[in-house]
Design a protein around this ligand. Sequence first.
Ligand SMILES: NC(=O)c1ccc[n+]([C@@H]2O[C@H](COP(=O)([O-])OP(=O)(O)OC[C@H]3O[C@@H](n4cnc5c(N)ncnc54)[C@H](OP(=O)(O)O)[C@@H]3O)[C@@H](O)[C@H]2O)c1
Length: 275
Amino acid sequence: MRRTALITGASKGIGRELAIIFARQGYDLVLVARSKALLEELGKKLCKKYKIEVTTIEKDLTCKEAPEEIFQELEGRRIDILVNNAGFGDYKEFAHSEWEKQYLMIQLNVTALMHMTKLFLPNMIKQGYGKVLNLASTAAFLPGPNMSVYYASKAAVLSFSQAISKELKGCNVTVTALCPGPTSTNFERTAGLINSRLFHSLKVTDAKKVALYGYKALMKGKPVAVEGLFNKMLVISTKLAPRGVVLAMIDQIQSKLREGQPADGQPAEGQPAKE
Ligand SMILES: NC(=O)c1ccc[n+]([C@@H]2O[C@H](COP(=O)([O-])OP(=O)(O)OC[C@H]3O[C@@H](n4cnc5c(N)ncnc54)[C@H](OP(=O)(O)O)[C@@H]3O)[C@@H](O)[C@H]2O)c1
């Protein structure tokens, strides 16, 4: 029997790489995102190369009705794997941020993820097989100054995923929270992180590596999967160190690059090199 994987945010970055991995493994795909052209282009390529079926659904998951509409569109179709990957961040002090953007972030990163899980989980339980991969982040373990809502949204994803993973014990349905650190995708630009130290002071991984790690962790049914040795050590240190120390450390990492220092990390003319 051919299995089907539904992946949100499959047009770019980690979601796109996950779609390629599932296609290579012979899964039929349902790909969801707003960028119709990118989804169709990827779908055509994967159909041709791996002889699989690909359905593309153009949808803005910040809309309240979007998960229900996706579920209706797939009514009667067996979904074996659900990857809740679509998400974005915003690099701004909370007091000066746009509420609408924070609201949409919560809608996408948290509400749509939970709603999609709520809709597709019962059939997985009924069919006696299913796997859910939820994109959390190393941010899920930390408070994140300058990205407070994003970090909090990922903490919600981690907490939710761990809790339902426990509830589902014994019914052959697993839930995995994937926790990557900074990864080279569109995320940095969308979140406005170009001027932050985050992507300059920590090791940046590539999306292919994160996706493959996530795929393997999902297949093993791991409840929480932190990608990379550095990130694993970071997560352990957040559990051992006092919260105040962790907050001070992340405050440094999340701070803006010095004025005059270009985003590529090179010192600007007449400026001292970055320490
Ligand atoms: N990159 C990192 O450093 C990093 C680290 C930890 C965790 N993560 C998490 O990994 C996940 C994937 O991010 P990424 O790094 O691959 O970022 P990305 O390259 O920006 O990709 C984000 C994906 O989400 C989709 N998306 C965004 N808004 C959407 C909406 N309103 N409705 C439907 N789809 C939407 C985008 O497609 P369209 O624009 O076509 O809609 C795109 O396919 C996110 O949940 C992110 O929080 C990323």
